[in-house]
Design a protein around this ligand. Structure first.
Ligand code: GLC
Length: 479
C-alpha cells in the first residue's frame, strides 16, 4: 500500500474559496483504494461548518517549536466518503469568518501549518511515502522536510510533490521575517533557493526543494516557463523542467451530474437535454428576475471576480454584448471594482443583466443547467473547473485559449461538425466579442449544429478517472 498525504489550505466539503478546494476534496476519492492510501491534512478553521466540526474526533495534542516560539498543535480527524482528513487545531491562527485575511498574518499561519503538518505524523502514526503539497500555503513543507526534519529517521524516505494551482500567489514576505517565522537558516534565502527579489518566497521554496513539481494542465506547465506567465519564477521552472509535469484537473462526476442533481429544476441527460435545459432556463430566469423566454440566448459567468478572469475585456465591450438579443447572468464575489462594474450594468440593462454578487452553490448549479453558454475570457487559467462543470451540464464554454481552457475546450469547427465550445486566442476585447457573436449566430440560425456542440460536450469524459491514473503513475515512478 502506498501512503500519500495531501497538504492544503482548503478542501470541499469543509472550506472553499476557489478551485483548489474542489481538487483537494475530490481527487483523493478517485485513487485506486487497494493500492493507495491517500489522506489529507487541513487547518481546522473556526469557520468550517459546525456540522463537520462537531463530528471531528480528537486525536492528539502537543507543543511544537516554531523558531523561538512554542505553539499548541491539536489534531482532529474526520472520515468523509472513505477519505481520512486530519485537521490542525490552533485557535490563535485559525479563527475568523474567512480562511484567509491579512496577507502577513496568513504567511505566519501557513508557516505554522506547514511545520505542524510534518510534526503531527509520528504522533498520529501515519508515515507517508509521498507528501503532496498544494500551492504556496504548503510550500514550506518540502523545505522543512529537507532541512529541520532531515536528521530524523522517521522522515528520511519521504518524497514530496509541489502542485501549483496558481503561480500568481507565492507567499512572499521580508527575509528576516520569514527567517523569524520559520527558524530556517539564512543560507536558504539566496536567490537559487527561497529568496526572490530580496524577499523570502514560500512557493519558491517548495518548487526548489520538492522532488517533483506539477501543475494543473499541460499548457500551463509550458506557459509558466515563459517570462509572460512565469511570475518571476520562470527561470527556476525552466531549470526544473525535467521534474515538471502538467496534469489536467477533473471534476466530481457524482456531485456534478444533471441526471441526478437535486438542486436544479429538472434533471436531464445527453438524450433529454433539449427539453431539460429549456425548463432549467426558465427556472433560472425566474430565480434571477429576468424575463422568461426559453429561446433567449443566456450567457453566464461564475467566477471569482479578479484580474485573472479577464473581466476588463468584458467591461470594454459590455455595451456591444448587450445590444445583442441575449441575457447575461453573473455569479461571484471579489474585487470591489468588478462587483461594482456588474452592478452598474445590471442597472443600465434591466431585464438583460442579472448581477448576483455573492456565492451560492445552488445558483451555480442552476446556471450550469439553465445557461446556454459560459464565458471565461481569462488572462491566464491554470486549469479552470467552470468550463468542465459547464460541459457536463450541456452549457457551451466560450473561452480564451490559455492554460487548461486550451486543453479542455475544443473550438467548434462548422465544416467538420466538431468541437465542444468556442475560443479565441488573443487577450483582446473585440476578438472576444466576435467569438460571442459567432456563438449567438450559431444558436439562433443553426440550432441543429448548436445542439451537436452541446451533446459532444456532455458526452466527453472530464471526470477524475484519467488524471487520477496519471497521478498514480507519477507516485509509482517516485517510489
Ligand atoms: C486555481 C486556478 C484554476 C484551477 C484551480 C484548481 O484556482 O486559478 O485555474 O482550476 O486552481 O487547480
Amino acid at each position: 500500500m502506498k501512503k500519500i498525504l495531501f497538504v492544503a489550505s482548503e478542501s470541499v466539503p469543509f472550506i472553499k474559496t476557489g478551485g483548489l478546494a474542489d481538487v483537494v476534496g475530490t481527487l483523493p476519492k478517485s485513487f485506486n483504494k487497494a493500492e493507495y492510501d491517500v489522506r489529507v491534512v487541513l487547518p481546522n478553521y473556526m469557520c468550517i461548518d459546525a456540522k463537520y466540526r462537531d463530528a471531528m474526533k480528537d486525536v492528539a495534542s502537543f507543543q511544537m517549536d516554531l523558531s523561538w516560539r512554542y505553539q499548541y498543535v491539536g489534531v482532529k480527524e474526520l472520515e468523509v466518503d472513505g477519505v481520512i482528513f486530519y485537521f490542525i487545531d490552533n485557535l490563535f491562527y485559525f479563527t475568523g469568518d474567512k480562511p484567509y485575511g491579512d496577507m502577513q498574518m496568513d504567511i505566519e499561519k501557513f508557516c505554522y501549518f506547514s511545520k505542524a503538518a510534518l510534526a503531527i505524523l509520528p504522533v498520529i502514526g501515519f508515515q507517508p511515502d509521498i507528501i503532496h503539497c498544494h500551492d504556496w500555503q504548503a510550500g514550506l513543507v518540502p523545505v522543512f522536510l529537507k532541512t529541520l526534519f532531515a536528521g530524523q529517521d522517521f522522515y528520511k524516505d519521504m518524497k514530496t510533490i509541489m502542485t501549483i494551482h496558481n503561480l500568481r500567489f507565492q507567499g512572499m514576505t521580508g527575509m528576516d521575517r520569514l527567517m523569524d517565522m520559520t527558524g530556517l537558516h539564512s543560507d536558504l534565502f539566496t536567490e537559487d533557493k527561497m529568496g526572490s527579489l530580496g524577499c523570502g518566497n514560500m512557493l519558491k521554496g517548495g518548487i526548489t526543494y520538492a522532488d517533483k513539481v506539477t501543475t494543473v494542465s499541460e499548457t500551463y506547465a509550458q506557459e509558466i516557463q515563459t517570462d509572460y506567465f512565469g511570475e518571476k519564477l520562470d527561470a527556476l521552472l525552466r531549470y526544473r523542467k525535467e521534474d515538471l509535469v502538467g496534469i489536467v484537473n477533473g471534476i466530481d462526476y457524482d456531485a456534478y451530474n444533471p441526471a441526478t442533481d437535486q438542486q436544479i429544476a429538472c434533471s436531464y441527460d445527453p438524450n433529454t437535454f433539449l427539453d431539460g435545459k429549456k425548463k432549467n432556463k426558465v427556472a433560472l430566469q425566474q430565480e434571477t428576475g429576468l424575463p422568461e423566454n426559453p429561446d433567449k440566448f443566456v450567457i453566464g459567468i461564475i467566477s471569482r471576480l479578479t484580474d485573472q478572469k479577464g473581466l476588463d475585456l468584458i467591461d470594454r465591450v459590455m455595451d456591444e454584448i448587450c445590444h445583442e438579443d441575449i441575457q447575461f447572468v453573473i455569479l461571484g464575489t471579489g474585487e470591489y471594482r468588478y462587483e461594482e462594474m456588474f452592478r452598474y450594468y445590471q442597472q443600465k440593462y434591466p431585464g438583460k443583466v442579472s448581477a448576483n454578487i455573492f456565492y451560492s452553490d445552488k445558483l451555480s448549479k442552476m446556471m450550469y443547467a439553465g445557461c446556454d453558454a459560459i464565458l471565461m475570457p481569462s488572462l491566464f487559467e491554470p486549469c479552470g473547473l467552470c468550463q468542465l462543470m459547464a460541459l457536463r451540464y450541456g452549457t457551451v464554454p466560450i473561452v480564451r485559449e490559455t492554460g487548461g481552457l486550451k486543453d479542455t475546450v475544443e473550438a467548434y469547427d462548422e465544416v467538420r461538425k466538431r468541437g465542444n465550445g468556442f475560443s479565441f486566442a488573443n487577450y483582446n476585447a473585440h476578438e472576444m466579442l466576435f467569438t460571442i457573436q459567432y456563438a449567438i449566430r450559431t444558436y439562433n440560425q443553426h440550432r441543429e449544429d448548436w445542439n451537436g456542440i452541446v451533446k459532444r460536450g456532455m458526452l466527453k469524459d472530464y471526470s477524475w478517472m484519467h488524471s487520477a491514473k496519471t497521478y498514480e503513475k507519477l507516485y509509482d515512478i517516485m517510489l
